[in-house]
Design a protein around this ligand. Structure first.
Ligand code: MN
Length: 532
């Protein structure tokens, strides 16, 4: 290993750039300032050469990129200083923002000024000699301001001296991989892990987009289920290491659709335990609102948000610091089989997780399209609307999946990257929905008040708001035989057997064991919403 590699290795070991942002104003050891070159595909491809000087990244945009070729004299446009936090940024800058496009860390390392110990002054004077110790770039470079340079976007030239590191004909485009992740710009654009929000303070501007690897949940064992079945009307059930006190297990919560038997609380508990591996990915890390029917779904239910005082200690919860007095302070966060079972024992029939995830509850992870039928809408009308959305989303190249509600309607769930606000997703869903509504005005009403809609369907974009929610995939609904909200594939819209309440807690487990969950691959997808 060369000295230089050794130094870089130690250097990297000290700083895990991908985890810890260098605090603003921090300085590196004397003579060990950092440099980075980012390959940036904005309106035009260019390379940004940035040298750490006095707590900022002094920057030049080099359209053809830096080279080791000593014959090349590359144009380098002096651009504004960047914050140190930008040093290892690799990801996307939203379209429409300054520099919108994708960025990789094309080279990085340390640099030293040559022939001066005051690089800031040398830059001011228009000529800087310096040595780079990077993974691709090395040796003596000169940056020199052109005489005809106008203030603002000064044109400079970047030249490599003819030293030991010089390589005639060397082309940066032949070395396209990121030194940070080994990826190309194309790969980063396809699956960005980070987003730069230049409208935010530097310390908050890099927004992580990559979903953490989704946890996997196991269903209860056959022995555990047998113990549940063997309990009397009350009893203690140990599932996955948690002991739950279950009550009124044989109470009927749902009547049966003819000729099916009614559904008891034990049935709902059993269902929650078995569907957990499919439902928990939509609930974990999110506050949940639940719709409870302690006297069965034939009696009025009520919304429950606040974690009750008798909740088990192990239940995950989240405190809403922004709650006003009288509003819900503590929300349950359902992230385990026992937690789902606890909710069922609580007769929490419908589970509505937030669209946003902790810790930033102001950032939605789903944009939700809600086709809400009116009293005069048929399910065929709903399907017409769903197919129109399908065409629109395919045209926009947006990935999304439909889901039947278990009642009369249909929703479409659209995964979005981090960094959007609810106002963003709401406005986007509204625009798409207005376009759909214009195509079939005879099916859709935009009236707010239900009694003014003349029984027409509503394309409800307003659910894209903090603490407004739609029913979770695989949650039961309060109707006979406990129908379930189920994600479906787009082609299933053509299935003549399809009904919004086709599956119940008794039949959906067979479905998922044979076809799985078509929405699951979209969980956590960092998807950009195209401008409309
Ligand atoms: Mn740039």
């Amino acid at each position: 290993m060369s000295d230089q590699q050794e130094r870089l290795k130690t250097y990297r070991a000290k700083r895990d750039f991908s985890v810890t942002a260098e605090p603003a104003g921090a300085t590196s050891p004397v003579g060990q300032s950092r440099f980075v070159v980012q390959r940036h595909r904005a309106r035009r491809l260019h390379y940004d050469l940035r040298l750490e000087v006095a707590g900022v990244l002094v920057s030049w945009a080099v359209p053809k990129g830096p080279t080791l070729d000593p014959k090349a004299r590359q144009l380098a446009v002096h651009v504004e200083d960047h914050p140190l936090e930008y040093f290892d940024f690799e990801g996307i800058i939203p379209k429409g923002e300054y520099g919108g496009g994708d960025v990789i860390v094309w080279d990085w390392g340390t640099w030293q000024p040559a022939e001066t110990d005051d690089p800031a002054r040398a830059i001011e004077r228009g000529e800087l000699h310096f040595d780079l110790h990077g993974e691709k770039l090395a040796g003596r470079f000169v940056l020199v301001r052109r005489d005809d340079a106008r203030p603002g976007k000064e044109q400079w030239l970047l030249i490599h001296k003819n030293d030991d590191h010089a390589r005639p004909g060397w082309d940066p485009e032949d070395h396209p991989l990121s030194v940070k992740t080994g990826r190309t710009n194309d790969e980063v654009a396809a699956a960005p892990e980070s987003l730069w929000r230049s409208d935010k303070p530097a310390a908050e501007a890099a927004v992580a987009l990559a979903p953490e690897r989704a946890p996997v949940w196991d269903p209860p064992t056959a022995e555990e289920l047998a113990e549940l079945d063997a309990l009397g009307s009350d009893g203690r059930w140990v599932v996955q290491g948690r002991e739950l006190k279950l009550t009124n297990l044989d109470k009927v919560l749902f009547p049966g659709r003819d000729p099916e038997p009614p559904v008891t609380k034990r049935d709902l508990i059993r269902y929650h335990a078995l569907i957990a591996p499919f439902m928990l990915p939509y609930l974990a890390d999110r506050p949940v609102n639940s719709h409870r029917y302690p006297d069965g779904v034939d009696r009025p239910g009520f919304w429950h948000k606040e974690v009750p005082s008798h909740a088990p200690e192990w239940l995950s919860r989240w405190r809403n610091e922004e709650a006003d007095p009288g509003e819900t302070q503590w929300y349950a966060v359902i992230d385990s089989v026992p937690a789902l079972v606890w909710l069922a024992n609580f007769a929490a029939v419908e589970l509505h997780p937030w669209t946003s995830k902790l810790p930033d509850v102001h950032q939605p992870t789903w944009a939700l399209i809600d086709i809400d039928p009116g009293s005069a809408s048929s399910f065929d009308d709903v399907l017409v609307l769903a197919r129109l959305y399908r065409v629109a989303l395919e045209h926009l190249r947006v990935d999304a999946m439909p889901k039947v509600t278990g009642q009369r309607g249909l929703q479409i769930w659209v995964p979005v990257r981090g960094g959007y606000t609810f106002a963003d997703t709401r406005a986007w869903v509204e625009k798409v929905s207005r376009a759909i509504g214009r195509t079939v005005p005879e099916l859709v009403s935009w009236e707010w008040q239900k009694d003014r809609r003349h029984g027409l369907a509503r394309l409800d974009y307003t659910q894209n708001a903090i603490n407004k929610t739609l029913v979770a995939p695989f949650s039961a609904r309060p109707a006979a035989s406990a129908p379930v909200s189920v994600p479906i594939g787009w082609d299933e819209l053509q299935d003549p057997e399809l009904r919004p309440d086709r599956w119940t807690i008794r039949t959906v487990l067979d479905r998922v064991s044979s076809v799985g969950d078509p929405l699951a691959p979209l969980i956590g997808r960092a998807q950009e919403l195209p401008a409309l």
